[in-house]
Design a protein around this ligand. Structure first.
Ligand SMILES: Nc1ncnc2c1ncn2[C@@H]1O[C@H](COP(=O)(O)OP(=O)(O)OP(=O)(O)O)[C@@H](O)[C@H]1O
Ligand SMILES: [Mg+2]
Length: 426
């Protein structure tokens, strides 16, 4: 969900100056997976939504990574045995062996002891979804942490520990917990709080959920982000900003499949008139080049949503017709619920052939397009760790273990030097 400089499009820089209509907490909440998935279930990837307890959120937030120890995996050597389920990145923290004025914290328990029911539910849901899932929280997936995955640089998870490792290693996930409402320009009138993302008792001001989606191998060329303004589909952009020659021949089919999903499902039913949605379009069957578009995600019409090959400025300036017949109001201004269910269900199947429809522009990366080459660094590189870590993770469990040992030696060596220099020899 968040945009970060290295992941942004070449046009992204201009978006900061763009004038967005007021953004409310409802606009953001309407894009939370649990808000829209039940309504569009038949167009989505098979998913399960698991409400998260405060203990789980605390676990995700805290430093250090303690994984469950109930998966039956036996440590292979003594080094690993000394730290069977704990791997701590080098964060600033007090060494438990060193003298400290601070009170000793009680030892942290692994997830299977800390929130056993939730841990079991996650196991059960993974099994229900066929044994492999792609996780996310309400808005955001941990795609910046795929480097640490044991499943070849993907967000594929086959056990709860895979999920914990991804969630705890991801900076993007922190966005959901700490910054989800940062873009809001209108404060909630019914609460005394500002748009802080934590309430006075420290829990998020929304119902945190873990979303598990049945895992498949998406072809990145067939992922698109679609922009909706005043209930008109105005633009479609490739999500993966590489050049794919074969997409040229599929232009008309891509627009047709996206329009079909939009007109039949989303257009009059989504609570806001302006939003973006992400789709995946699988290969077709029976002579059809493409199958139905699947809804992957819905994102707010807000600066934190990456506009990819469009510029937010041009999307905001684009002139579209006013409210479409049968829809009451638009999302201009504070109101978010501008269509009710009765209206939406009656008009859902009727408008595929609206003659006055805005023709959406499909933007693809062209062969000589600087967008494809403008990235001096790969996506999410700002969130990656040193090459050593990546190599270690790619080398599988053994590689990570070896890396953990080297890391430990390195930090111990540094601590010894530091202690020695301050005269506090270890
Ligand atoms: N079920 C799935 N199986 C495999 N990969 C998936 C699945 N669902 C999503 N993905 C991959 O994960 C990527 C990110 O998913 P998603 O769009 O839900 O994350 P996000 O954090 O909301 O992204 P953004 O910040 O761009 O809005 C998708 O582009 C897709 O490549
Ligand atoms: Mg998203």
């Amino acid at each position: 969900m968040p945009t970060f400089t290295n992941a942004q499009s070449a046009s992204g820089a201009a978006s900061s100056a763009a004038q967005f209509p007021p953004i409310t907490r409802d606009h953001i909440l309407n894009c939370s997976y649990d808000s829209w998935f039940p309504k569009y279930r038949t167009s989505c990837i098979k998913s399960r939504i698991i409400p998260l307890s405060p203990e789980f959120i605390e676990y995700i937030r805290e430093d250090g990574i303690i994984l469950a120890d109930d998966d039956g995996a036996e440590p292979e050597d003594d080094e690993w045995e000394s730290a069977p389920s704990t791997f701590r990145p080098p964060v600033e923290e007090v060494d438990s062996d060193s003298d400290s004025d601070e009170e000793d914290e009680p030892p942290r328990l692994p997830p299977n002891q800390r929130f056993p029911e939730l841990h079991q539910t996650i196991k059960d849901k993974i099994a229900e979804l066929g044994g492999a899932v792609a996780p996310k929280l309400n808005w955001t997936s941990p795609k910046d942490a795929s480097w640490i995955s044991p499943h070849q640089n993907t967000i594929k998870c086959t056990c709860p520990n895979d999920i914990y490792l991804l969630l705890k290693s991801s900076n993007f996930i922190t966005y959901d917990l700490e910054h989800a409402f940062d873009d809001c320009t209108l404060l909630a009138t019914t609460t005394t709080s500002n748009n802080d993302s934590t309430s006075s008792n420290g829990s998020p001001p929304f119902k945190p959920v873990l979303v598990l989606r049945s895992y498949f191998n998406p072809h990145p060329a067939m992922e698109f982000r679609c922009f909706v303004k005043h209930r008109n589909l105005i633009g479609i952009s490739q999500r993966d900003l590489n050049f794919y020659e074969f997409l040229r021949d599929l232009r008309a089919d891509v627009v047709a499949r996206v329009s079909q999903l939009f007109n039949f499902k989303l257009r009059y039913t989504f609570p806001d008139g302006s939003f973006t949605f992400d789709v995946y379009i699988p290969e077709g069957e029976g002579g059809e080049p493409l199958s139905h578009a699947r809804l992957i995600d819905i994102n707010a019409w807000a600066p934190h949503t990456d506009s990819l090959l469009f510029d937010w400025g041009e999307l905001l300036d684009m002139q579209v017709m006013g409210p479409v017949l049968g829809v009451v109001g638009t999302d201009e201004g504070a109101g978010a619920d501008d269509v009710d269910e009765d209206e939406s269900s009656s008009s859902e199947e009727e408008d595929d052939n609206d003659e006055d429809d805005f023709v959406p522009e499909l933007r693809l990366v062209e062969k000589e397009d600087p967008s494809a080459y403008n990235f001096s660094s790969p996506q999410y590189s700002a969130h990656k760790l040193p090459r050593d870590v990546v190599d270690a993770s790619l080398a599988g469990e053994g590689g990570m273990r070896d890396f953990a040992r080297k890391w430990r030696e390195m930090t111990e060596y540094r601590e010894n030097i530091a202690n020695w220099e301050t005269g506090d020899k270890a």
